[in-house]
Each structure stands twice: as C-alpha cells, then as structure tokens.
Design a protein around this ligand. Structure first.
Ligand code: HEC
Length: 150
C-alpha cells in the first residue's frame, strides 16, 4: 500500500471513531431509564413543583422550561436538591422567596439523585448536552449546603 493511502485510511478511521463515540454518547443521554426517573421525580418533587414541572406561581418555582435551570450549574442545583435552598430567586420573571428544606429522600442512591436532575434537564427543559453523573452528586454532597439566595 502506498504511504499516502495509509495516511488517508488512518485519518478516516480517527474521524469514524470520533463520530461513533459522539453518537453513542448522545444515545446514552436519551436512553437513561426514563420510567424510573419519572417515578422518582413524581414521588420526590411533584408535591410542590407539580407533576408537569410548572410549579405554583409565586410559591413553588417551575422546573419546566425554567431559566434558572437552563442557566444553572449542575452541582449547585444538586446541592439545592440535597440540602435545601432558600432566599429570593426570580424565575421566568416571577419572584419566589420560599424555603425548600431537604425534601429529597437522602437514602436514595447517588445514581437515583442524578437520574432526577437528568429527568428535569432532558424531559422538562430539553437540555441534552449536560448529563448528570454520580460524580456530580458525590461532589455536591462533599460541598454541602449553599447559602440562601440574597
Ligand atoms: C415541599 C415543597 C418542595 C419539594 C417537595 C421540592 N421543592 Fe424544590 N423548591 C421548593 C421551594 C419553595 C423552592 C424555592 C426556594 C427559594 O425561594 O429559594 C424550591 C427551589 C428549587 C430549586 C432551585 C434551588 C436553587 O438553587 O435556587 C430546584 C432546582 C428545586 N427546587 C428542585 C427540586 C427537585 C428536583 C425536587 C425533588 C427532588 C424538589 N425541588 C422538591 C419547594 C419544594
């Protein structure tokens, strides 16, 4: 085989590997266990944020199509979920000044907690480019409770 040909094949295979790993990554995001995630979400969060994630205006902020979720930071959102959050936040133009205590069942596994935020991201906000991992949950547990919003 000519040297240039070999180089060509080499470059082509690298491109193919990049392409397939991208596709596999996308699949793993969209193929998380949606039924389990939805079940967890409904049990843990829907009392306040509602089953469809729209919340209750001025009382419980929406988790669906919410600017603070879209602009949020995964580990910080997890810290709020794990340890509670209070203070004044403006969500989609409405002010909320409530207290979310530690509402989540802290006996849930890190994987299940990641699954809940994945559900909020993918199903309620169409955010598919930042999958939540167990590592994020471990990090959030380590960093602990956030101070109230000012
Ligand atoms: C008992 C009611 C209640 C339950 C149950 C509840 N929340 Fe909340 N949540 C609130 C309130 C109230 C706030 C607003 C707190 C504030 O004003 O700062 C809030 C705020 C939040 C925030 C924003 C926190 C921040 O960083 O500002 C997120 C994210 C959130 N909730 C997600 C969840 C998820 C996910 C669940 C389920 C695991 C859940 N909540 C369960 C009442 C609840």
């Amino acid at each position: 085989m000519k040297k240039t040909n070999r180089k060509y094949i080499y470059i082509l295979s690298i491109l193919l590997i990049i392409l397939t790993s991208g596709i596999i990554w996308q699949l793993s995001v969209s193929a998380f266990d949606v039924a389990r995630a939805e079940n967890l979400y409904v049990n843990q969060c829907a009392n306040c944020h509602r089953k469809d994630g729209t919340g209750v205006k001025r009382v419980y902020p929406p988790l669906k199509n919410a600017d603070y979720i879209r602009n949020g930071n995964t580990v910080e959102l997890l810290r709020g979920m794990l340890f509670g959050r209070s203070g004044r936040i403006v969500v989609n133009g409405y002010t909320y000044n409530g207290v979310m205590t530690t509402e989540i069942d802290n006996n849930l596994s890190d994987n299940d907690i990641a699954l809940i935020l994945n559900y909020v991201y993918v199903k309620l906000n169409d955010i598919t480019d930042r999958p939540v991992t167990e590592k994020d949950v471990k990090e959030a547990r380590k960093l602990g409770k956030l101070p109230p919003h000012k």
